[in-house]
Design a protein around this ligand. Structure first.
Ligand SMILES: [Zn+2]
Length: 398
């Protein structure tokens, strides 16, 4: 294999030593047994050109103009977000010129570098960080309202913010006037990649309201957080098809899904250093984060699951341990004002009330002592970890 072959155009120098590692992946066997070089795209400039936020910044739904070299084979632009793949999203692009392409920012994209892919192994180096503002919020339409341009169809969605494993995280309703449609499909579309992650085929009565609901799960696992929307397609008796929204529309019948809700439902603060995870206690270290709030403030399950323990302990007071559904993490709530109404084995849902903030046990002031444990779980081989970053994130959105 001619591993040292260098592409025409002189881009190789810029890659330096990295080129040696990257080049073999870019070589492909041609039909005649020789080797063809698949040019590696390179991005030199990224600019927001349409539907931008203020000051030409990008947001979900904006169009970016990408300038560079060897862009004509690019099929996909990856928005890499922060470290790790969990927040990556990508957008298909049509091959245009070699020096320029346009790409629409996925609704779920977050600030980070982008890269352009020709195939799984041939892609550009990541750019510098591209700032991407959060997309505009979904438009609430909790009451049925006519679909623009489709007067015979009304739709509505119960909420714009939903939580994984809530009992009925979100409900979509619709009503069609006139003849009964022959077939109806309601798809739940994930904005980050446009995939329909779930489909319902309800059989509606003419002029009656029909609803479907979702619990934020796909199978037994929690769905990926982010923007989702309901899309209805109905075939009418006369062969016509009506749709509740265009595919790229991400605000109508849309909602944002979050994986946890903040457990203290009232004014609260995270206290001082002594309230932090890992600070010293007599004979042990603090295994959780304290959240201060008035006694009696409602406490809800940050994440649904099955109750593992409900007990009273001289130090912890009334406490509850919930084994999160679809994960092996445990959620621990201590110093509750009174015993939780739930018992071991009971199913609780995200956002469901499990008790009140109190000062039972050895507590200085009313507060929730909250712990998060990695699998296999609480005093069952798992380990506690600092819950404050999670609590702060949940607090910001719920
Ligand atoms: Zn504590």
């Amino acid at each position: 294999m001619p591993k040292s072959r260098i592409p025409a155009g002189g881009a190789a120098a810029a890659f330096g030593l990295g080129m040696l590692a990257i080049a073999p992946a870019a070589l492909a066997q041609s039909g005649g047994g020789g080797v063809v070089y698949v040019a590696k795209p390179q991005i030199s400039k990224v600019a927001c050109v349409r539907r931008c936020a203020s000051h030409k910044r990008a947001q979900g739904g904006s169009t970016l103009r990408v300038t560079g070299t060897a862009l004509d084979g690019v099929v996909k632009v990856v928005f890499r977000g922060s470290r790790g793949r969990s927040d990556d999203s990508s957008a298909r692009v049509r091959a245009g010129s070699a020096t320029r392409l346009s790409v629409k920012v996925p609704i779920g994209a977050v600030t980070g570098p982008i890269s352009a892919s020709v195939s799984r192994t041939v892609q550009s180096l990541p750019t510098r960080t591209i700032a991407i503002l959060p997309p505009p919020p979904p438009e609430p339409n909790t009451e049925l309202s006519p679909v623009p341009g489709v007067p015979e169809l009304e739709t509505g969605t119960s909420r714009t913010k939903a939580f994984v494993d809530a009992r009925r995280a979100v409900t979509f309703s619709f009503r069609m006037s006139g003849a009964a449609p022959s077939a109806v499909a309601v798809e739940l579309v994930r904005a980050s990649d446009g995939a329909a992650v779930k489909t319902w085929n309800p059989v509606p009565e003419p002029d009656a309201v029909t609803s479907v609901w979702w619990n934020g799960r796909i199978g037994s696992a929690g769905a990926k957080p982010g923007r989702y929307s309901f899309r209805l397609t109905a075939s009418e008796g006369n062969g016509a098809t009506v749709r509740s929204a265009a595919l790229e529309e991400s605000r109508r019948d849309a909602f944002d899904l979050y994986d946890n809700i903040f457990p203290v439902r009232g004014r609260h603060d995270f206290g001082g250093r002594g309230a932090r995870f890992g600070t010293g206690r007599v004979g042990h270290s603090h295994q959780g984060q304290d959240v201060f709030a008035r006694c009696g403030t409602p406490l809800v399950a940050a994440r649904g699951g099955r109750v593992q323990f409900k007990q009273y302990h001289a130090a912890a007071g009334y406490y509850l341990v919930v084994d999160a559904a679809g994960s092996d993490e445990d959620y621990v709530y201590m110093h509750m004002a009174e015993p939780s109404p739930f018992s071991p084995g009971d199913r609780v849902y995200t956002g469901q009330r499990i008790g009140s903030v109190g000062d039972s046990g050895n507590a200085r002031g009313c507060h929730l002592h909250f712990e998060l444990w990695r699998g296999p779980g609480w005093y069952d081989g798992g380990k506690p970890f600092d819950p404050l970053p999670s609590l702060r994130a949940w607090d910001a959105w719920s």
